[in-house]
Design a protein around this ligand. Structure first.
Ligand SMILES: *Cc1c(COP(=O)(O)O)cnc(C)c1O
Length: 219
């Protein structure tokens, strides 16, 4: 696969779902990828990327932005409260808001900066004990709490359980977004982004299908 292939599959999935062309943003997930592969995708003109680790992103993106110009960066990994300041300085969007302490911290940082990244609330749709995200039953109240803090809740995000059909999880997230009047839906990865687009995804997060497999041992 390549960036061109994935982009055309995204556009085709939009068309099949009767969605407007360009209504889905392809986030190229570059965590752990060698710099050369990231530069190749930048050279092809792509400018929207996702990262999971604040420190790793801070180590590479300032220099890449110097060289390639404006790049929209999305934080899609769990965010520790003590990394929140660096995260709001680096990222245009954060997809992993999942607890009151983090929401309160982001509200204070946004107030001090006079600006806030676009925020997505992560929902643990499978209620998996080891996974981040608010439980489905708590999502509406948490969204309301974030809004009461003045935070811009632009979307909801989920990572369905491994080995399960993703579609029911995508449908659950879409339902929550609709009843909370939230426009953004961050869902779908390499294996299931077309299903996510059919169910309303506005942001798909695709890593290995664009860049190739991640080699964690090489870090
Ligand atoms: C790594 C990651 C992705 C990309 O996964 P692929 O299967 O490589 O497409 C998407 N979303 C999140 C939250 C991730 O951590």
């Amino acid at each position: 696969m390549s960036l061109t292939d994935i982009l055309s599959r995204v556009r085709e999935a939009e068309r099949v779902a009767g969605r407007a062309e360009g209504s889905v943003t392809l986030i190229a997930v570059s965590k752990v990828q060698p710099l050369g592969r990231i530069e190749a995708v930048l050279d092809e003109g792509h400018r929207v990327f996702g990262e999971n680790y604040v420190q790793e992103a801070a180590g590479k993106w300032p220099a890449l932005r110097e060289r390639f110009g404006k790049v929209e960066l999305h934080m899609i990994g769990p965010l520790q409260t003590n990394k929140a300041k660096l995260a709001v300085e680096l990222f245009d969007a954060i997809h992993t808001i999942d607890r009151p302490s983090l929401a309160e911290k982001l509200a204070r940082l946004a107030e001090a900066r006079g600006a806030c990244p676009d925020l997505f609330v992560q929902v643990n749709t499978g209620a998996e004990p080891q996974k981040a995200g608010v439980l489905p039953a708590d999502a509406d109240a948490f969204v309301a709490d974030c809004r009461a803090l003045g935070l811009p809740v632009r979307g909801l995000m989920c990572i369905p359980p491994e080995g399960e059909d993703s579609a029911p999880h995508f449908a659950m997230l879409a339902g929550m977004a609709e009843r909370n009047e939230i426009a953004g839906l961050s869902m779908g990865m390499s294996a299931d982004f077309e299903a996510a687009i059919a169910l309303g995804a506005t942001h798909v997060r695709v890593g290995s299908a664009i860049f190739g497999a991640r080699d964690y041992t090489a870090r």
